[in-house]
Design a protein around this ligand. Structure first.
Ligand SMILES: C[S@@+](CC[C@H](N)C(=O)[O-])C[C@H]1O[C@@H](n2cnc3c(N)ncnc32)[C@H](O)[C@@H]1O
Length: 218
């Protein structure tokens, strides 16, 4: 059964998306996408042979080898000019790896990114926007006691305030997300020694900002 975390990505997929799922591992998301006709076919890839093999095994068991093309390799390197891909899904990786993957000439042909990064979402937004994308959707949720954020980017330009990049243009209006961040800050505040004044002040400012957005979001 598909986890809530992976299922959460499905709603961002549109019929016209021609997808590569980079770092597919087990390929469970991809099998669900094709089996349930969200897309007709797709490419999946993984840099690790064993991970790809587990995906291939599941694809074969689902009888989808003709519709899901599994390729071994790093990021967008597995694609060539003849591949007709316009959408990238990346989930379960950190922002640094994601940025590395996007640093590829094939990105010119991509007009949509569906990303579930494990960390550094502000850095991810800032970087991807510089690559010529804007944010069309965001989601914060908890699955199996872990916090996740999905961000969808499409080709185009939009001006963002620094708080949009920091909290997310959609998430800065989401009370659940703001409460999660605020609680984190309050926990950290308790742990900081009193003599770390600069850090205390920075954190106080962050708490004030989060409370402001939280008040507005309710
Ligand atoms: C934690 S798993 C996530 C699997 C799946 N996407 C998910 O969300 O459940 C990350 C996968 O990404 C693969 N990976 C890491 N860096 C990669 C890269 N540069 N190119 C392709 N795959 C990569 C790893 O081998 C691993 O199988």
């Amino acid at each position: 059964m598909l986890s809530y975390r992976l299922k959460s990505l499905i709603k961002f997929v549109e019929k016209e998306d021609k997808i590569i799922d980079i770092g597919c591992d087990h390929a469970l998301l991809d099998i669900d996408l094709v089996k349930n006709n969200y897309v007709n076919n797709m490419i999946v890839s993984d840099i690790h042979k064993l991970a790809l093999e587990s995906g291939e095994k599941n694809i074969k068991a689902a009888n989808l080898t003709k519709k899901i093309d599994a390729r071994l390799g790093a990021g967008l390197e597995v694609l060539s000019e003849s591949d007709d891909i316009n959408t990238i899904i990346i989930s379960g990786m950190g922002t640094n790896t994601i940025i590395e993957i996007l640093n590829n000439d094939y990105l010119e042909k991509i007009n949509k990114l569906i990303i579930q990064s494990n960390n550094n979402h502000a850095e991810l937004r800032t970087h991807v926007i510089k690559l010529g994308f804007y944010i069309t959707d965001e989601e914060y949720f908890v699955d199996a006691n872990k916090n996740y954020i999905n961000i969808v980017f499409k080709r185009g330009h939009k001006k963002y305030h620094k708080d949009d990049l920091h909290y997310g243009p959609f998430l800065k209006n989401d009370p659940k997300y703001l409460e999660f961040e605020l609680n984190n800050c309050l926990k950290i505040k308790k742990l900081i020694p009193n003599n770390k004044l600069k850090y205390q002040l920075k954190l106080d400012l962050e708490i004030k900002r989060l409370r402001k957005y939280l008040e507005r979001s309710r």
